[in-house]
Design a protein around this ligand. Structure first.
Ligand code: 13P
Ligand code: SF4
Length: 367
């Protein structure tokens, strides 16, 4: 079920009084409920979450780590996911039937995941099978709906995160001659290029026109990139790189692989949110970095590394708006509603989508 469909069914709004509470009161309430529920409650938090909620998370991580911890945790009754919708869906797929997963604000979607729906994907697959026969394996970035993951699982493919993309793309080529990479064209292109596949061997599937965009011959196409992108990371440009290079020639540029290919090529390093954090943590004092990723994380890194000079690669960047929807009032509303039932914000992936999506996720987690 898409996030829009879920919102239409469950449109419960946060009660007004949570929006009027002071930060102190909200924080007290969050600490109290955490203490009361103990191990019955588990709170994973993605690195892009605001500080006001990340301070309550039991574990923080990138998408891969959060999927792994969700799969490992068998004891929590309630999993309150501080992240976006597709991450909570992944957690629901990987946890047991008894465990309940909640998203504090159901409007916390992901614009990239919304760029590929299952109807478009079925149409694309039909056409690509006509063009290439049974030579394609689908891979989907975890930033996708459960329905897309299920499609990928059913067709022998796997999910991918930004920290294992190279490994997964290499694996895909041991299975089939070609791959369809959904929904982020940039991660797909950057990863395939890194593995030595030339740009001219990559085509783009346009889900709006239903056409394959390519130059040269059809036979040499090895990678079909879905025409989707992250609306946050697309805002880092070649001009931003040039400005930083001019102003701070010694500064290292480190970006997330959801950035455009040209930007990743010009950067000094590229990797997942965990990679970015670790690279900066391990750098000696007085080193300087311009970071190309989401602003909540960049601000946190700046705060935690006073011994280093750190800036955003784009001085006019905003945080990811959907990640930001998980704020302290929604978080406390969610926690306080757990024991009285909070169906409106429970994330449930129905069968058979859940089992098929699990196939794709399990392939990734075991490879
Ligand atoms: P990672 O944390 O896996 O690098 O993913 C970034 C992201 O965009 C999550 O939405
Ligand atoms: Fe989606 Fe981009 Fe936000 Fe990540 S940063 S949740 S990919 S819109």
């Amino acid at each position: 079920m898409s996030i829009l469909e879920q919102l239409q069914i469950n449109n419960k709004q946060i009660p007004e009084h949570y929006l009027k509470m002071s930060t102190e009161e909200l924080e007290d309430r969050a600490f109290n409920i955490k203490n009361k529920l103990g191990k019955r409650l588990f709170i994973p938090g993605h690195h892009y979450q605001k500080d006001e909620v990340i301070q309550f998370s039991d574990t923080t991580g990138d998408s891969l780590k959060l999927a792994q911890v969700a799969a490992e945790n068998k004891e929590a009754e309630y999993i309150v996911f501080c992240g976006v919708h597709f991450m909570a869906e992944t957690a629901d797929i990987l946890t047991t039937k008894q465990q309940k997963v909640y998203l504090p604000d159901m409007r916390a979607g992901c614009s990239m995941a919304d760029m590929a729906d299952i109807y478009q994907t079925d149409r694309a697959w039909g056409k690509l099978q006509q063009l290439f026969g049974d030579t394609i394996i689908p891979l989907t970035y975890v930033n996708s709906t459960a329905a897309i993951k299920a499609f990928v699982g059913e067709n022998g493919g796997a999910t991918v995160t930004s920290s294992n993309a190279e490994k997964m793309v290499s694996w895909a080529f041991t299975q089939k001659e070609r791959l369809l990479f959904l929904p982020d064209q940039h991660l797909g292109r950057n990863t395939a290029f890194q593995l030595g596949i030339p740009l001219e061997n990559m085509a783009i599937w346009n889900p709006i026109t239903n056409e394959l965009e390519y130059e040269g011959s059809l036979e040499k196409i090895q990678v079909i990139l879905w025409k989707g992108h992250c609306s946050v990371h697309e805002n880092f440009t070649v001009n931003n790189v040039a400005e930083v290079r001019e102003q701070f020639p010694e500064m290292k540029i480190i970006v997330h692989p959801e950035c455009r290919h040209e930007v990743v090529q010009l950067a000094d390093y590229a990797g997942s949110t965990n990679y970015i954090i670790e690279r900066i943590q391990n750098a000696p004092p007085n080193t300087s970095f311009a970071i190309g990723t989401e602003m909540n994380l960049v601000k946190r890194i700046i705060k935690e590394h006073k011994d280093k000079h750190i800036i955003s690669l784009n001085q006019n960047m905003c945080p990811c708006l959907t990640m930001n929807r998980i704020d302290l009032p929604h978080f406390v509303w969610c926690l306080e509603s757990l024991e009285t039932g909070f169906e409106s914000n429970q994330i449930i992936v129905e069968e058979p989508a859940a089992s098929n999506a699990r196939l794709a996720l399990d392939r990734m987690l075991t490879i």
